[in-house]
Write a protein that binds this ligand. Structure first.
Ligand code: CDP
Length: 231
């Protein structure tokens, strides 16, 4: 069967990564979480005095890029690939709220994007990939056969992320998460380089009122139709 490229973009905490992963598993495709790459660069920047509450040393970030090596690896007993930063598994660490607070400023930097987009395009060369992010349908894979743009209300998204972080045992408040989501939405949509936009040919799905199962079925049907050439 012909393999296609599937791009899933949208606002933060819209459930993109969940549905992208489900879809990739079902189709036997590779799933790539592009946000994890921006998060890993952010973690590096936090650990190396490049970004903190009162400091963002953009020149140092640019100089450091050649020392940042990212790789996805999967062990058979993990349900998804983990991201490795310079050989260390940082999959869990990159999900905390502190990384979330610094990631959008880091993702505005052109040189960061050039580096990560090149690596993402490399991973998609053979098709059979589902990638989620902010600029996948517009910049990384403008020729993707299927593009989905996910949205949901900010309240609903914050509620989902809050539940997720509580389950991990993070001590955080709902208000801080909502604020972080709104700030990231703002930075991601207004940045100069590759702002978050719905690609012209993307199909928009608002999943505020959808459960995970319904959402998966909607997206899977679209993928099947696209693969079979029905749409
Ligand atoms: O999972 P969540 O919605 O919190 O976000 P993510 O996919 O982990 O992405 C974290 C941040 O990385 C976003 O808020 C963007 O600032 C940036 N990002 C980006 O600029 N381009 C991408 N393709 C993916 C993420």
């Amino acid at each position: 069967m012909q393999k296609i490229t599937i791009a899933i973009d949208g606002y933060s905490s819209t459930g993109k990564s969940t549905v992208a992963k489900q879809l990739a598993d079902y189709l036997g495709y590779v799933y790539v979480d592009s946000g994890a790459m921006y998060r890993a660069v952010t973690l590096y920047a936090m650990q190396n005095g490049i970004i903190s509450k009162n400091n963002f040393d953009i020149d140092k970030l640019k100089e450091s890029l050649s020392s940042i090596h990212l790789k996805f690896k999967k062990e058979s007993n993990w349900n998804k690939a983990h991201i490795f930063l310079n050989g260390k598994d940082v999959e869990n660490e990159i999900r905390n709220l502190e990384v979330s607070e610094f990631v959008s400023p880091i993702a505005t930097i052109h040189e960061v994007r050039v580096k990560l987009v090149a690596q993402q395009q490399q991973m998609g060369l053979e098709k059979g990939v589902v990638m989620d992010g902010r600029d996948i349908g517009t910049v990384v894979f403008p020729n993707a056969e299927l593009k989905i743009f996910m949205n949901a209300s900010a309240q609903e998204r914050a509620q989902r992320r809050y539940k997720e972080l509580l389950e991990r045992g993070d001590a955080i408040s709902f208000e801080d998460i909502l604020k972080n989501i709104q700030e990231r939405d703002h930075i991601d949509t207004t940045r100069e380089d590759s702002p978050l936009r719905k690609a012209k040919d993307a199909i928009e799905i608002d999943n505020s009122e959808m459960n995970l199962e319904d959402q998966f079925h909607v997206v899977l049907q679209l993928a099947k139709d696209r693969i079979a050439g029905r749409i």
